[in-house]
Design a protein around this ligand. Structure first.
Ligand code: SUG
Length: 430
């Protein structure tokens, strides 16, 4: 049973506006100059690495930014140019939100329950409402449209609307699935946060997690609290401190509020449960978060082996890299390959390898039912690279957001991408 990774193609408006409170990388890089073209090429290189490993690979599209529909909802009127000019003058912070390319982090697009786990035997996807951060709350309508296109075949898939906006849901970034092989029924772990008075918000509400599990008909759900200490140290999603694949949990010692209880629950429920845990004494929590080592994509590569797709920052953090060498050499776990990639542009906004992808474990028939326009191979990646080189801006400084030429360039790049992928704007609700 293959696992499809749907990576978010980095959009032409990628910039550093510091919009996410509690995301230390993003807030500390606020005001910097971004490199959208380079960012998209780095993301495409990551997709290529997965294709080279022989894994099914797909993409989700960047959303149309700057988002004039969002600004019209905020009371700006007239044609696009006027909406943007008025907003640039009256509320630059709101314009930055309308510009955000944050849909690139597709681990926040939706929560996915594979067919083997659900009551009706279909793969269920619930689009995340992302209500905690205003700039991310504009994503769900287009995400819903894309997922409805990609997973249109109702014999295999059910794509659900977001959970009610009273309860923040950030999708697969707070969801881990354990199984003995992707085809077999899994235990789905929904990780939520509680606001315990700290300065950084918990972004995943337990009721949202429960609603998703209920809607999907998940037969073996578990609900686990993320450590508030981790949230307050900058782990705004569980996938900054933990990732699972098959029977393996790869996590930091301080990931969960009740570590002992959580590990016991997993040991009891997951056949052959294998814990690969970084002790705080070897890898301080701050190093784990700064390096995004647990935001690695952990993938099965055949013959019972697994590979970690890591950001360069993990290699550059001595405590982390030393510990990873030990992990790789330890025969007690299946992690045998470390792939280090330069994802610096996304990382500077707090998005690592795991943030950039939405995993969908599928049967062969399920994979065949996915709209092929959302799948990529080496040839399509070549084409996309050429398009990005031609159409994506080279750099965006904060003051550029008020520049009408940049608005036009971002919209033109988006039009060109839709044409390249043969997707009509009205298929995405435009
Ligand atoms: O929601 N950054 C994203 C990063 C999301 C990472 N995703 C996962 N961990 N799965 C966020 O905080 C920053 C954009 C800005 O500030 O301009 C941003 O939205």
């Amino acid at each position: 049973m293959p696992e499809l990774n749907l990576d978010g193609l980095v959009g032409p408006s990628h910039n550093y506006a510091g919009l996410s409170l509690g995301n230390i990388a993003a807030t500390s890089n606020a005001g910097g100059t971004s490199a959208p073209r380079k960012a998209a090429l780095q993301g495409l290189a990551k997709m290529r690495r997965l294709v080279d490993l022989g894994l099914p690979q797909g993409l989700l599209l960047p959303h149309r930014r700057p988002n004039t529909r969002f600004l019209r909802g905020m009371g700006f009127e007239g044609d696009d140019a006027r909406v943007l000019a008025d907003c640039a003058r009256e509320d630059p912070q709101l314009l930055a939100a309308a510009f955000s390319a944050s849909a690139m982090w597709t681990a926040n697009a939706a929560t996915v329950s594979p067919a083997a786990d659900t009551a009706d035997g279909r793969t269920h996807l619930t689009v995340a409402n992302l209500v905690t951060m205003p700039h991310r709350s504009q994503e769900w309508p287009e995400t819903l449209a894309q997922l409805k296109l990609a997973f249109a075949d109702a014999r295999h898939f059910a794509v659900h609307w977001p959970v009610a906006p009273g309860f923040g849901d950030e999708g697969a970034a707070n969801h881990m699935r354990f199984c003995s092989g992707h085809a077999n029924p899994g235990v789905e772990v929904f990780v939520y946060g509680l606001n315990r008075g700290g300065r950084f918000p918990a972004r995943q509400h337990v009721r949202a997690s429960q609603a998703v599990a209920r809607t999907h008909g998940v037969r073996q759900p578990l609900f686990v609290e993320q450590a508030d200490r981790a949230i307050q140290a900058g782990a705004f999603h569980n996938d900054v401190v933990a990732v699972a694949n098959e029977h393996v949990l790869f996590a930091h010692e301080e990931a969960f509020e009740n570590r002992a209880g959580t590990l016991q629950l997993l040991a009891d429920r997951v056949p052959g449960f294998c814990l690969v845990e970084a002790p705080s004494a070897d890898v301080p929590l701050a190093d784990a978060i700064a390096s995004y080592v647990f935001n690695a994509a952990l993938v099965s590569i055949g013959q019972g082996e697994m590979a970690l797709i890591l950001p360069k920052e993990a290699e550059e953090t001595p405590s982390v890299w030393r510990w990873l060498q030990r992990v790789q050499q330890d025969p007690a776990n299946p992690i045998s390959q470390l792939h280090v990639l330069d994802l610096r542009e996304s990382m500077r906004n707090g998005g690592g390898p795991a943030c950039l992808r939405l995993r969908v474990a599928l049967s062969d028939e399920g994979l065949a039912a996915v709209d092929p326009r959302f799948l990529v191979d080496a040839t399509k990646l070549d084409r996309l690279e050429r398009l990005v080189e031609r159409a994506w801006p080279e750099a965006i400084a904060p003051s550029d957001l008020a520049n009408a030429q940049l608005w036009r360039q971002c919209h033109a790049a988006h039009d060109a991408l839709l044409a390249e992928l043969d997707i009509a704007p009205d298929e995405l609700g435009a």
